[in-house]
Ligand binder design. Structure first.
Ligand code: DGL
Length: 265
């Protein structure tokens, strides 16, 4: 049984690398739905349809534990998947997201003015604001959609990134901490730290490995079922030479393989 990692594209490879670096002993299966990227601009119905197809694919390929690394898919679909889809379709599979671990890290920092940058769908769901305020109603949360960033990263174009990010971060210049609420954004964390030097930049690649390790320590009934052969395979629903180049930048020597999801048939 493997650990499945799902993202709408290649950005989730950054989170997968964090898992592999922290927990190299397990078997991982990555699925990036590059055929339908970007999710952040789509309706909730579309995002749910594509994410459910991805869950079915990962379950069919023996994933016992699935991490939805995509913030957008977590925001829109995780509750439905955990409460309805999994109990009906695969009750022995666990599905986790990235929002709650990120909220825990943000609140542990103690800052009271928290900014979030994410896709349009994540921002419109207000999931970060809701979850942060559920635990601490006294904090202020400013959310900013940053739709230009993912297409630039997926096309490996960083030439204007600092300028684009500077414009997005202007309204957030007074926040004390900033959640980079998208799988792709660890790749721009250095720009964010340069633009907001006094702000605590919360980047998911820096803690998701430890969060997964902690989860597995607390759930030996799942941990004991996971294969430990250090096997890793990385699938995408649409491949091109550019995708392979970007993937190699994120995980050296990676081999991307192509698969077809139900929604492409
Ligand atoms: N992977 C998505 C996320 O973490 C962003 C990319 C997209 O729009 O599909 O929110």
């Amino acid at each position: 049984m493997k650990i499945g990692v799902f993202d709408s594209g290649l950005g989730g490879l950054v989170i997968t690398k964090a898992f592999i670096d922290t927990l190299p002993q397990y078997d991982y299966l990555y699925l990036g739905d590059t055929a339908h990227l970007p999710y952040g601009e789509k309706t909730s119905g579309r995002i749910l349809k594509y994410t459910l197809d991805a869950m079915k694919w990962l379950i069919k390929h023996d994933c016992k534990l699935i991490i939805i690394a995509c913030n957008t898919a977590t925001s829109i679909c995780l509750r439905y998947i955990q409460q309805k889809f999994i109990p009906a379709e695969a009750p022995d599979v666990k599905v986790l997201g990235v929002v709650i671990p990120t909220v825990e890290v943000a609140l542990a920092g103690g800052e009271k003015h928290i900014g979030v940058i994410a896709t349009k769908a994540t921002v419109e769901s207000h999931i970060y604001q809701t979850e942060l305020k559920k635990i601490n109603p006294n904090i202020s949360v400013a959310e900013q959609a940053t739709p230009q960033i993912v297409p630039l990263i997926e096309s490996n174009d960083f030439s204007d990134m600092e300028k684009v990010l500077e414009d997005y971060l202007l309204p957030l210049k007074n926040v004390e901490s900033l959640i980079l609420g998208c799988t792709h954004y660890p790749l721009i964390k250095d720009y964010a730290r340069k633009i907001l030097p006094n702000c605590h930049i919360i980047s998911q690649d820096e803690f998701m490995g430890e969060k997964l390790a902690d989860y597995l320590r607390r759930h030996p009934e799942i941990e004991s079922k996971l294969g430990k052969h250090q096997k890793q395979r990385f699938f995408v629903s649409k491949i091109n030479p550019q995708a392979q180049l970007i993937a190699e930048r994120l995980i050296p020597h990676i081999l991307l393989e192509q698969t077809t999801l139900l929604s492409q048939c």
